[in-house]
Design a binder for this molecule. Structure first.
Ligand code: ZN
Length: 312
């Protein structure tokens, strides 16, 4: 049997973590979000989920990315594009006035609102998300990072991508093209869902699976990116657990107490019954979060800041 290789470091030293039936994905996406995904998995019954022994990236195979229609369906949900991602403020604090900033996969360019006076350019190929226009609207180009890197090599002080990398199939192409846009001494800023957080213990966490997320990023993998691309990892910033995720965090903790093997998808009667029985424990955990500080608990996202080269 052909074994998958890691999409980041190309190592074939990968271990199987779990398998997912695509029928389960189709049914759960329909039931939970009203989104049709069956056309993504034509002729594919199962996806494998691997851990790379070398860089520790976790990835699904085959890597099936969401179509434009998939994202158009998700975009109908108001929660999908949050008004302001918490990491916007974290990253904006690192950027000085006047900096040239590229924001890849920028949606409606909301990050621009968090920035001091900067030369901001966003790239967004999902036109429905970037439809807003106006005199003070940020500059948003309908252009791929590959094309943009040919037009603007070495131009930017900061090249950022928020919650993008985990959707990308060609990781090396994406990172290489991002770096081409950076000047020497500029910063590559990558924000991804943190695999070293509660979301990696979320059973039936649909949005962390294909066709939405294709890869999971632990801190070790984010450190590996620096080594692989000759960068200096300056900061690794875990966003604190947000109130909106308290319930999920407490529920995952409750499941962790009984030591049952983690499955990406669990639709068994045992899981349903266990979820009911564990509810009081989860409620106690949730109340403890409400009345105690959650500042030291890893939240949904992690931000990695890399310097391009050894000089400022
Ligand atoms: Zn790897």
């Amino acid at each position: 049997m052909k074994v998958a290789s890691c999409p980041l470091c190309q190592s074939e030293e990968v271990s199987l973590v779990d398998r997912v039936d695509t029928d389960d994905l189709v049914q759960l996406y329909r039931a939970r979000f009203g989104v049709a995904v069956a056309d993504h998995f034509d002729g594919i019954d199962q996806l494998s989920f691997f851990n790379c022994s070398s860089c520790h990236l976790r990835f699904f195979s085959p890597m099936i990315a969401g179509s434009q229609s998939f994202y158009q369906q998700l975009n109908r949900h108001p929660w999908y594009y949050l008004e302001e991602k918490s990491e916007y403020r974290t990253v904006a604090n690192l950027i000085p006035r006047g900096a040239k900033v590229l924001d890849i996969g920028c949606g409606e360019g909301k990050f621009a609102r968090s920035l001091p006076a900067c030369e901001y350019v966003g790239l967004e190929m999902n036109l429905t998300a970037s439809a807003s226009k106006g005199d003070d609207a940020p500059t948003i180009l309908d252009e791929s990072i590959a094309d943009h890197s040919k037009r603007q090599p070495g131009h930017y002080d900061f090249v950022c991508s928020f919650q993008v990398l985990e959707h990308v199939v060609d990781l090396n192409g994406f990172i290489t093209d991002s770096l081409k846009c950076l000047r020497t001494g500029g910063r590559l800023v990558v924000s991804v869902p943190a695999a070293d957080s509660f979301i990696a213990q979320t059973i039936n966490g649909l949005l962390n699976m294909p066709p939405h997320h294709l890869t999971w990023w632990p801190d070790h993998t984010l450190s590996h990116v620096a080594v692989r691309y000759g960068l200096v990892l300056e900061r690794l910033i875990h966003e604190p657990l947000e109130r909106l995720h308290y319930r999920r965090y407490a529920f995952n903790k409750a499941w962790g107490l009984i030591g049952r093997r983690f499955r990406l998808i669990d639709r068994t009667p045992i899981y349903r019954l266990g979820s009911l029985l564990l509810l009081p424990v989860a409620v106690i955990g949730w109340l403890m979060l409400i009345f105690n500080s959650s500042a030291t608990i890893h939240g949904h996202s992690v931000v990695a800041v890399y310097r391009n080269g050894n000089q400022e």
